[in-house]
Write a protein that binds this ligand. Structure first.
Ligand code: IMP
Ligand code: MG
Length: 183
């Protein structure tokens, strides 16, 4: 066991389960986007690992972009306001976007981004989220592609962090309550 593993209360999805699900999603998106030259936009930092896996699971001719937003600070609940800290680097007018996100929680981030990309002239904006936590939604938004629907628990791993840590765990798990107890 690594030091990080000792902070995990339970594993929700193993590395193998994630890989199997990513493969299915990639094949589904292949059917939907072949010939459409989609632009995959990863939301940093949480989606960086999912992005790397999903674009290889979806063998369409496409390109990639990265956008960084902040709304969370180091807390486990959203502050509501979304700020772009690193913007995409190209003209997206007329493009079919697929936004790749780690988790759809309150919906603040993705409803903001979807509107932002449409305002910039995207022809379409699809959302592919690894995790969906519908119980916490405050904005009316749904994802087009969902890896797993999760209960209302704070999860880490496979890109998702707590205070910027645990992103490199190969699985998705729930932290032990005592890990939060410095907050
Ligand atoms: P939303 O704007 O509330 O939908 O939150 C989206 C962002 O909050 C995600 O991109 C994550 O970075 C973060 N987030 C929400 N829930 C969790 C969680 O359970 N673990 C880690 N990060 C989370
Ligand atoms: Mg995060």
């Amino acid at each position: 066991m690594s030091m990080m593993d000792q902070d995990i209360l339970k594993v929700l999805y193993t590395q193998e389960e994630i890989a199997a699900r990513v493969k299915v999603l990639g094949e589904q998106m292949y059917e939907d986007f072949k010939g459409k030259n989609p632009l995959f936009v990863s939301v940093l930092r949480g989606a960086f690992i999912f992005m790397a896996d999903i674009v290889r699971a979806c063998q369409v001719k496409s390109d990639v972009e990265f956008i960084a937003v902040s709304s969370y600070g180091n807390a486990t609940t959203s502050s509501g306001a979304v700020q772009i800290t690193h913007d995409i680097q190209q003209d997206i007018s007329g493009r079919n976007l697929v936004v790749i996100e780690d988790i759809l929680d309150s919906g603040n981030t993705l409803s903001f981004l979807k509107q932002y990309f449409l305002t910039k002239g995207a022809a379409s904006v699809a959302i592919c989220t690894l995790l969906d936590k519908p119980s916490r939604r405050t904005k009316v938004i749904t994802a087009d592609y969902i890896g797993f629907t999760v209960p209302d628990e704070f999860v880490v791993g496979y890109g998702l962090d707590y205070c910027q840590k645990y992103r490199n765990l190969p699985y998705i798990g729930v932290l032990k309550p005592e890990v939060y107890s410095g907050e």
